[in-house]
Design a protein around this ligand. Sequence first.
Ligand code: GUN
Length: 288
Amino acid sequence: MAAEILDGKKVAQEVRAALKEEVARLKAGGLTPGLAVVLVGEDPASKVYVKQKEKACREIGFASQVHRLPEDTGEERLLRLIHELNADRAVHGILVQLPLPKQLDANRVVQAIDPAKDVDGFHPFNAGRLAAGLPTVVPCTPRGIIHLLDAYGIPIAGRHAVVVGRSNIVGKPLAQLLLGRDATVTVCHSKTDDLAAFTRTADILVAAVGRPRLITRDMVKPGAVVVDVGINRLPEGIVGDVDFKAVREVAHYITPVPGGVGPLTIAMLLKNTLEAALAGRGGGPRGE
Ligand code: GUN
């Protein structure tokens, strides 16, 4: 029997509807959550993501601002903008879209963001708190993946989760979250020998490497939960890191691309921003 689809679009819509009501209440009380998105350069995928974020903010009623800077922007100029946004009381969340043009050091840029406004959860302060198992801002995509698994009642504790990809954006923070939920976690990456030997043992398999259809049917244990974080732009359209058609025949659950993890990432960005606004007011929950 073909796997059940984990409908990220539907689950994200539910999250957004709930958030929208909360935003309306906060606005009536005089608090409008504000998100500042910074886009440097012309990366086509980044431009699409930023537009999606801008639209989501508008729909939910946030005060959003997008700062588009030219490709040749210097570090000093970008850091100056971040310092201004750090000091702006109407801005509760700051997101610098990655990747940055090569003359800019992403680590330095991320570290310039006030950790309290770091709605990506990429600042070492927040990443460190996550690794230590402390409440913190959780990066949007990993938080979205856990939310999606929970929405379908998929158990995590005691399961073997294999995360393919070790990025600071997805792989590493997701591994921390899965550990925090008592999964047994294996992290694989581009240098892993015999990747299939690991993926075949996964109860929950997450592919987040950006290699089109890397995960084939023979690499998946029958009955596994397969989460595809890949967004690869090919001439024939957007495909994930998983060979969806073939893997769907063996998995129990699978996320489609598009319409799987992506919508949850944006929903969690909204959630993180709302929580940052609440925390800035002197209270409010942090993390999942
Ligand atoms: N580039 C790809 N994903 C992300 C993300 O979640 N946040 C930021 N800032 N950049 C990204």
